[in-house]
Ligand binder design. Sequence first.
Ligand code: SF4
Length: 386
Amino acid sequence: MSTADIIARCEALYEDLDFTAARKWKEADPSRKVIAYMPVYVPREIIHAAGMLPLGIMGGGDGLEVIHGDAYYQSYICRIPRSTIELGLSKRMDFVDGMLFPSICDVIRNLSGMWKLLFPGKYVRYFDVPQNYKDDVGGSYYTNELNELREGLEHLSGRKITDDALRASIEVYNENRKLVQAVYGMRSREPWKVPSSEVYLLMRAGLVVPVEEHNQILRDYLAAAEKVQASKRDNCRVVINGSFCEQPPLNLIKSIELAGCYIVDDDYIIVHRWLRNPVSTSGDPMQNLSLAFLHESIATAAKYDDKEEDKGKYLLEQVRSNAAEGVIFAAPSFCDPALLERPMLADRCSEHNVPYISFKYAENSGQMQPIREQAGTFADSIKLWS
Ligand code: SF4
């Protein structure tokens, strides 16, 4: 199988706003349930251990006309909540049994309340995470949260989630994290062979198919990409920051590449890379998931940071470890977490002589020419003066 074949399948999954693959998975067995989740992170291992399909919802992208969703939010709010409401009201998510709203911002918090009102009878949970990283404080709190989620899913499915099932699920997701990191590593080493638009589609596929299938897709891609013959271009290497929730249109990612930038790291769809290391499979699985969140989460604006001096450390590490030459701050319009953190991260970049540019987008942005010009000028300036 070639990379083109694999990416064609991933692109079809990405464009399918009726979630046909997830519907088919559910239809294959009447006892199956699907639990959807919003960006940025939920412990999918618990859903998987319940025998359910975790389904990542990233809004409607640029393929959905938002008609009803606009009535629920003011015009100065990002687009992902409106298009998600549109997905719900247009019955594209009628097969979904439950929905998790991770704690990122007030918009998502409000959306979880709206979802409860709009879809009574569905399992809805606002999934809170700790803002204290001590094992006996934030860790205990988060373990309780995880146990409440476990009980909620047990109630929904009518069956117990055993510790053994959780350990087995953690193992499958550890494998997924390893494969995802392998794809990211290959792109960082040879970005001319592994375009970012392809990496992005590979990761999007992982939101809508069972993790075992995603693991196979990643293995197939890694094997096929090894055989790709492509010439290295005189592009500059950049890290993308700020795109962790509402996603840019695929064309925006392609435009950055066409403008002469190799994206060597990013924060797109970070649920796959939220935990940097494997989660332990021995001992208490809930505690292991809790401690992994506390000590292995990547640092993004979506995660509360209690140490001012750590701000920007992770971004600078991304730059250093991927030999990046610059940072592109690309955040959704009106995204409070990303845009509030941006000036602090930009200061860190300036202090360390890392060039950067900034722009905003919406998931349905259509005009790519200004972005292509800005990214192209940035790439040229790095090549000429850095
Ligand atoms: S894009 Fe930003 S503001 Fe909007 S829901 Fe996501 S995190 Fe919140």
